[in-house]
Design a protein around this ligand. Structure first.
Ligand code: GLN
Length: 552
């Protein structure tokens, strides 16, 4: 793009209902623009008052996504990173809480020189500053800004007002609004209905915003007539009414939107000259996801939020990426840790090809996770433990292989005699919960020749963390004596980052969260290796079953 061009802004809002997939739309458009050679980033504005997503329950808000710089963010940032293959930061996720926090701090400092501090202009100005922050860095040609919530909510009004002002100030050549709405299909009428979209655009107009492009989420194909009708009633050119149809996989959405020419329309409206998009690599991956030539691999995920899978969003996606690399569909079998506690592991684990013990907080279901880890260890089922999953594996090994019967974590049993897992230095004293864990990317050194070293193919790695507890170093000797290897450590050797069991076909746990770093085009090495091990396990056991059948 011509370097003298101002940075272009694309605001994406949502209407009618929530969960229309704004995050996927923004990520897909970002990818299409990136594949045209543009430098792109995405920012998300969330209307809630929490300063960040770190204090929110996964039941209410899904996974907390952690960036390299340690921000605890909305899970949509995960989509941005996975699609665009870029790293986001604190500046990419702004909440109402963060805005108010900074305005109130300024007021206390006296920065407003006696003014009455109000939503307009003080809060809206603060929002505008954040919305323009990334365009000021010189690193991007286009900044996409997703505004959370649904138009019409009280909470998102200041964000919309800030957006309106920016569009007026920058001009339509430099800033546009894409509004994502829903076209419900009413079965009894056999028709797709446009009224909710019309009302949603009316709501936008009532606050002074005319959407430039309408993306319509629909189960059915949109006819040209339907687009004309919507365009006419919503003051949008017919060619700027885009169909956003349900896709077989979220990774197909960029390809569908490209067919609808969304990126071309955006370039035209913003007067951007860019080359044709290079999408071949993406087409290949979508093809692998849709047609897994090597069949299915069944992986059990043992956790406590199993009925609400958004809590494990990045893990689920990391399996899609690794599955595509091995040409298999990873079928996830959700194993509720409390059920394992109640019924024992066999019932839930006999048909799986690999077990992942998920991250988590608190003692609910932990004994079930310990039983699951033991079953995987003793039955030679590939095992992968993430964060709490690694801690659980160490507790299990301490209890059952080292004979330390009272082994536990002080997170679950503060007074345990054998605190195999305990507070990280400095964590005990922390009283505030928000943003106080060990967060973000830290370096780790891998033991030459270990499984971890072979998987990563390098000695130094950086991975993202989110934890308060760690493996207690006073138990390391005993654990190592019985065969556990700590193959990844912080460079000062104090923190155990990866553990593995050499005698087992695949048994590995990590204190960090590899799932945050898996990308569509570059699956995470640990997920890649774990899916491979699970696929091998499946193949071996398939042939055993076949052999037995042939003998009979
Ligand atoms: N609760 C554990 C800790 O704080 C594990 C955290 C996690 O799994 N993210 O260390």
């Amino acid at each position: 793009m011509n370097k003298r061009q101002p940075v272009k802004l694309i605001f994406v809002t949502g209407g009618v209902v929530s969960s229309l997939g704004k995050g996927i739309l923004v990520s897909s458009l970002g990818l299409l623009l990136k594949c045209r050679g543009l430098r792109v980033t995405i920012q998300k504005f969330d209307p809630y008052i929490n300063v960040d997503a770190g204090t929110m329950s996964p039941y209410q808000h899904g996974e907390v996504y952690v960036t390299d710089d340690g921000a605890e963010t909305d899970l949509d940032l995960g989509h941005y990173e996975r699609y665009l293959d870029v790293s986001t930061s604190q500046a990419n996720n702004v909440t109402t809480g963060r805005i108010y926090n900074s305005v109130i701090q300024k007021e206390r400092r006296g920065d407003y020189l006696g003014a009455t501090v109000q939503v307009v202009p003080h809060i809206t100005d603060e929002i505008k500053t954040r919305m323009l922050e990334l365009s000021g860095t010189g690193e991007y040609d286009v900044v996409l800004i997703e505004i959370g919530g649904t138009v019409g909510d009280i909470e998102s009004l200041p964000f919309l007002e800030a957006m309106r002002q920016i569009i007026i100030e920058k001009g339509k050549k430099n800033a546009v609004n894409i509004h994502l709405t829903l076209l419900p299909y009413i079965k009894s009428a056999g028709e797709v209905k446009t009224k909710p979209t019309q009302y949603s655009v009316k709501t936008m107009l009532s606050i002074g915003i005319q959407p430039d492009i309408l993306a319509c989420r629909t189960e059915r194909r949109m006819t040209r007539d339907l687009k004309k009708k919507i365009g006419l009633f919503c003051n949008v050119e017919v060619d700027s009414v885009i169909e956003s149809r349900d896709a077989e996989t979220i990774y197909e959405v960029p390809l569908l939107l490209s067919k609808e020419k969304l990126d071309e329309i955006v370039l035209e409206k913003l007067f951007i000259h860019a080359k044709a998009p290079y999408l071949n690599h993406w087409i290949e991956i979508v093809d692998r996801i849709k047609v897994p030539a090597d069949g299915k691999v069944k992986i059990g995920i043992c956790g406590k939020y199993t009925e609400y899978q958004d809590a494990y969003k990045s893990i689920i996606e990391a399996f899609v990426h690794a599955g595509a690399a091995h040409r298999v569909r990873v079928e996830l079998e959700w194993i509720n840790a409390e059920h394992v506690e109640r019924d024992g592991p066999e019932k839930y684990m006999k048909a799986i090809n690999g077990l992942l013990v998920a991250p988590g907080f608190g003692d609910r279901g932990v004994e079930g996770k310990i039983l699951a880890a033991e079953y995987a260890r003793t039955q030679n089922i590939p095992f992968f433990g993430i964060c709490l999953g690694m801690q659980v594996a160490v507790i299990e090994f301490a209890r059952n292989a080292c004979g330390i019967k009272t082994a536990d974590s002080t997170e679950f049993k503060p007074k345990t005699k054998s605190p195999v897992v305990h507070f990280l230095p400095g964590q005990r004293e922390k009283t505030e919960k928000g943003g106080t864990m060990r967060l973000g990317a830290y370096p780790c050194r891998l033991k030459p020749g270990s499984l971890a070293h072979r998987i990563y193919g390098s000695e130094f790695i950086h991975e993202r963390h989110r934890h308060r507890y760690e493996i207690n170093n006073s138990f390391i000797e005993e654990l190592e004596e019985k065969g556990m290897v700590f193959s990844g450590k912080s460079p000062d050797n104090h923190l155990m980052e990866i553990m593995e069991l050499p005698g087992h076909p695949f048994y590995i746990g990590c204190q960090f969260h590899p799932e945050y770093r898996s990308r569509v085009t570059t699956p995470h090495p640990l997920f890649h290796a774990f899916v491979k091990a699970s696929k091998d396990y499946r193949n071996e056991h398939q042939s055993q079953v076949k052999e037995a059948a042939e003998k009979a």
